[in-house]
Design a protein around this ligand. Structure first.
Ligand code: AMP
Length: 118
């Protein structure tokens, strides 16, 4: 984050300034329920660092952290939705990204085929 940029909403959650329904918290990753769920299970998995705006930057600069996010996704899906899940990284405004602090949407729970769009 540049010296002048405002902290993202996710940084404010990580710092405890904004409440969230946290389901996982480790040294480098936090996960909480999306405030506007789009599936029976809708969690956000967020690295605590604000260095990466999107998954492309994360994959290029810290692939181990991306792999950790996937492992956390699998564990949370096992705990909350029978082990199966959909993982989405919106990357860019035109596809709906609104928070430019990389995060994975973990969706689960009876998503029929053909439901990628709304
Ligand atoms: P994206 O559109 O991929 O940037 O996703 C941002 C997500 O953050 C959206 O699904 C929002 O519903 C979610 N969101 C925004 N503010 C909060 C909040 N305070 N707590 C939980 N989820 C949030």
């Amino acid at each position: 984050m540049s010296a002048t940029a405002e902290p993202s909403i996710f940084t404010r959650i990580i710092q405890g300034e904004i409440p969230a329904d946290v389901v996982f918290d480790s040294e480098r990753i936090i996960a909480f329920r999306d405030i506007a769920p789009k599936a029976p299970l809708h969690l956000l998995i967020v690295p605590k660092t604000d260095r990466f705006a999107n998954v492309t930057e994360l994959a290029a600069e810290d692939p181990a952290l991306l792999a950790e996010i996937v492992a956390v996704a699998q564990n949370l899906a096992t705990e909350y939705s029978g082990g199966e899940y959909r993982l989405i990284f919106n990357t860019g405004r035109s596809v709906g990204q609104t928070v430019f602090h990389v995060h994975a949407h973990l969706l689960g729970g009876l998503l029929p085929e053909g439901t990628l769009g709304e």
